[in-house]
Design a protein around this ligand. Structure first.
Ligand code: PMP
Ligand code: GLN
Length: 403
């Protein structure tokens, strides 16, 4: 084996060379190594509802899901997903032909792109984009075409330029890859923006893959509008979600997608050779979680909204420019008011300077320069942890004044 490692040719193939280690792994390792508060990787520091955990224990003990579950997912979960889509959004799906349970939203995205793209097909995606999108488009042999969300100073949010989106579509475009609520900017696309996206998809006959994992995390007046509810979209849209975000069980890796039968059949073909199936007992528990009363979802949202406000105020007090998110559990900041311009360097130094870990948004950009001054903080953490982080970050403004 030693002979192999000494070869001049790198092992990682050309399609993946630009995707070494994910920023989340790098920054979580930095947090462990330095003992800093980890507001980088988006995982909650408390588990989801006790009754959902108990449901998983029961499933394990009762021997439900300890062997391979059915390829499309256990019937109880598929039915619960269908019921959730109906109750929340008035969307109707057939649990047998229009639902696929996946190993998290990550596998749903991967399988969709691997199944639906031909090599050379173009994928128009909102930049900054969640890191797995670029890697999966590359694995599928597709070409990514970013449309950059830009800060809109007037409304303090990152905004989609619909003209740019239209201009990005060519004869080679196969699909639009949308994410709302949007990680990392916290932008929630408005009904008007989504309607324009839908009209474009219909006009140009495009497929749409929409990652809606933060569907339950929208704040204030923002509204989550599933793309599949808009005219002409039901038959051309793959809608992806996950229990990780909504129920705070990111380690269970239970995700799903809903789409028309022909799309589900196609995506299942790819999925069955990735993991085949995953998370047996957890699928039963997530079925119960999806049936929790509205009070659970409302309480979760209210808790995250309070945490958003706490962290946003603290970051502003520390000297960051803050884009207060309308959705997700991330807040994107601009570090230029602190006299900084390079988010990478800033994030690598932050544990030492302030005992906090964050994510440089530049990793989510093809146009790295556009993302350079933005840094993302996660607020899915206990209130006391956020308070301590805010107290530590105050050091930055003091350091700035000394400099
Ligand atoms: N999409 C987005 C936008 C995300 O932020 C994440 C991270 N949770 C995922 C997909 C992956 O979800 P999962 O953990 O269910 O694979
Ligand atoms: N979705 C999480 C985030 O954006 C990270 C998940 C992962 O580490 N792959 O922070």
């Amino acid at each position: 084996m030693t002979g192999m490692t000494s070869t001049a040719r790198p092992f990682l193939n050309r399609r993946l060379t630009e995707f070494g280690t994910t920023i989340f792994a790098e920054m979580s390792a930095l947090a462990v190594a330095t003992g800093a508060i980890n507001l980088g990787q988006g995982f909650p520091d408390t588990d989801g509802p006790e009754e959902v955990r108990e449901a998983a224990v029961r499933a394990l003990r009762d021997g439900r899901g300890n062997q391979y579950p059915p390829g499309p997912g256990v019937p109880e979960l598929r039915t619960a997903i269908v019921e959730h889509q109906r109750r929340r959004y008035g969307l109707t799906f057939d649990p047998d032909t229009e639902v696929l349970v996946t190993a998290g939203a990550t596998e749903a995205v991967a399988a969709s792109l691997l199944a639906l793209l031909e090599p050379g097909d173009e994928v128009v995606a909102l930049e900054p984009y969640y890191d797995s999108y670029a890697a999966c488009i590359a694995m599928a042999g597709g070409t990514r075409v970013p449309v950059t969300l830009r800060p809109d100073p007037e409304h303090a949010r990152f905004r989609l330029d619909l003209d740019e989106l239209r201009a990005a579509v060519t004869d080679r475009t196969r699909l639009l890859l949308i994410n709302t609520p949007h990680n990392p900017t916290g932008t929630v696309l408005t009904r008007a923006e989504l309607t324009a996206i839908a009209e474009l998809a219909v006009e140009r006959d495009l497929l749409v893959v929409t990652d809606e994992v933060y569907e339950h995390l929208v704040f204030d007046d923002a509204e989550h509008v599933p793309l599949a509810t808009l005219p002409g979209m039901r038959e051309r849209t793959v809608t992806i979600s996950s229990a990780g975000k909504t129920f705070s069980f990111t380690g269970w890796k239970v995700g799903w997608l809903t789409a028309a039968p022909a799309l589900v059949t196609a995506v299942r073909s790819a999925k069955q050779y990735l993991t085949y199936v995953a998370s047996g007992p957890f699928q039963y528990a997530v079925a119960e979680a999806l049936s929790l009363p509205d009070t659970y979802f409302d309480g979760f949202r209210a808790d995250m909204r309070a945490k958003r406000d706490l962290l946003s105020a603290g970051l502003a007090a520390a000297g960051f420019a803050v884009y207060r998110p309308a959705g997700t559990y991330f807040v994107t900041t601009d570090i230029r008011p602190l006299g900084e311009t390079d988010g990478f360097a800033f994030c690598r130094a932050l544990p030492e300077r302030a005992g906090v870990v964050a994510i440089p948004n530049a990793v989510f950009y093809d146009h790295r320069d556009q993302g350079a001054p933005f840094v993302r903080f996660a607020f899915c953490k206990q209130t006391a942890v956020l308070e301590e982080a805010v107290a530590r970050l105050k050091a930055l403004s003091a350091q700035g004044h000394q400099a």
